[in-house]
Design a binder for this molecule. Structure first.
Ligand code: B12
Ligand code: SF4
Ligand code: SF4
Length: 369
């Protein structure tokens, strides 16, 4: 049942939605239309190149991803929202602090977005609250709430509705906030006035392309997910390709490099909500400690966090790769290397075939020729 015939004062309703959204912790609200036809060719090409790897869900819904009114019949407008996710205590020089972690091979790096509460839960619950407030004001209407949960071209919708422009790394960024924010949407069957897009400000910069450790950004705005460390450590279930393992360094869950290098991220904003504040144990942690987590430890430390989704085996796979990379940087017979070798070997006996292969690979790193 839809209510698309309800009469509203569009600009006034959108202004109110903005105020309510701010109260709920969102940083910005926009409104997009449902015609994404100009993005379809790019989506088809991305899939045709196989850039989605084994993320079958990216191919499963065909062009519905670019057609909001086919996904949710009756949709005529999309309310887009973004939520900054740097924790409240993030220091001013946070980009340098994060880069410095890469130079400490014994430490495991969980990417910044995953150090607090699972954003799917946070955004979804708050978008739902926002929808309820709108309905209290204008009456019931047809809607559906999304955040990274369905075939939706979120970055395209965000860019079209003024949340920022598409950076060469493919993420949405804006001058006043960089790119450290999540996106979410409410598909609605109420016609609302659209927000204007902003102009792009990458100019001749291509720092994100140059810094990418695995050369995953194959051209401006083209990302081969199969090479992206975020894909390899989070989405990909099987063995990590051998040639990419050394390039992963000590990144064990996601990757931030293309955002850390971006000059606009010095303007990244902190969120006042406590949800995205860093949990103890997820940053600055020694790999050898993380390797020691039994399944129950993993589940306890990752309760309510997006990390839990990958499961204990994939977590250990990632840590094994990072331990192997650490071994290459230390003298083979030194105490650090010996401790890591012993820890790796201690899990070999009851390892699954996937784990066993990664342990063997890690143990083979840094051996004297
Ligand atoms: C799949 C996915 C991934 C994949 C692929 C990423 C990608 N860039 O496509 C992987 C696992 C690698 C990934 C990683 C990350 N992700 Co992600 N991801 C998504 C997801 C689910 C879909 C993105 C998508 O549709 N990709 C498909 C391609 C086709 O889309 P596209 O880049 O828009 O391509 C357009 C053009 O560039 C062009 N095009 C692209 N390729 C090609 C190729 C050719 C040949 C041609 C002609 C054209 C062309 O055509 C397209 C249409 O216009 C979205 C959530 C959602 N439902 O939208 C989150 C999302 C994009 N991810 C997000 C985040 C935070 C991340 C990470 C930062 C996490 C981390 N720290 O590890 C990294 C960043 C990596 C990066 N540089 O993109 C946020 C981004 C927020 C923001 N500020 O923009 C989102 C929006 C989730 C959310 N709700 O907040 N992600
Ligand atoms: S997240 Fe890391 S691996 Fe992926 S494109 Fe950005 S820099 Fe490259
Ligand atoms: S690093 Fe440079 S090219 Fe990449 S998104 Fe930022 S401004 Fe654009």
């Amino acid at each position: 049942m839809t209510f698309s015939s309800i009469q509203i004062d569009g600009p006034q309703v959108v202004a109110q939605i903005r105020d309510w959204a701010r109260e709920l912790g969102f940083s910005q609200i926009g409104v997009a239309g449902v015609d994404l036809s100009s993005a379809e060719a790019g989506l088809i090409e991305w899939l045709a190149q196989g850039f989605h790897g084994d993320m079958d869900y990216m191919a499963a819904h065909g062009l519905r991803r670019a057609r909001p009114a086919e996904l949710v019949p009756g949709t005529v407008s999309v309310i887009t929202a973004r939520m900054d996710y740097l924790g409240g205590a993030t220091p001013a020089d946070w980009q340098a602090v994060e880069f410095a972690r890469l130079a400490r091979p014994a430490e495991g790096i969980v990417s910044v977005y995953a150090r607090g509460r699972d954003y799917h839960k946070v955004l979804r619950a708050r978008l739902q609250k926002l929808q309820t407030r709108i309905a209290q004001h204008i009456g019931p209407f047809g809607h559906r709430v999304f955040t990274d949960s369905a075939p939706v071209l979120e970055a395209e919708l965000a860019a079209r509705s003024g949340q920022g422009w598409r950076g060469k790394h493919t993420l949405v960024l804006k001058r006043e906030a960089g790119s450290m924010f999540f996106l979410g949407e409410i598909y609605v069957d109420v016609a609302l006035p659209r927000s204007a897009p902003v102009t792009a400000h990458c100019g001749s910069c291509q720092a994100c392309i140059d810094v990418c450790p695995t050369r995953a950004i194959v051209a401006p705005h083209r990302l081969d997910a199969r090479r992206c460390i975020s894909y390899l450590t989070i989405e990909h279930a099987g063995p990590i390709p051998l040639e990419l393992r050394p390039l992963i360094g000590n990144r064990i869950y996601g990757c931030d490099d293309c955002q850390l290098i971006c000059p606009w991220n010095k303007f990244a904003q902190r969120n006042a909500l406590p949800d995205f504040d860093e949990r103890a144990g997820l940053s600055g942690q020694q790999l050898i400690t993380l390797w020691g987590w039994r399944e129950e430890d993993f589940l306890r430390h990752t309760e309510g966090s997006p990390i839990r989704r990958i499961g204990h085996e994939r977590w250990l796979r990632n840590v094994a790769v990072a331990l192997g990379n650490a071994l290459r940087t230390w003298p083979a017979g030194g105490p650090a290397a010996q401790a890591v070798r012993a820890a790796l070997a201690s899990r070999a006996a009851d390892a699954t075939p996937l784990m066993r292969e990664h342990i063997d690979w890690a143990l083979a790193q840094g051996r004297p020729a």
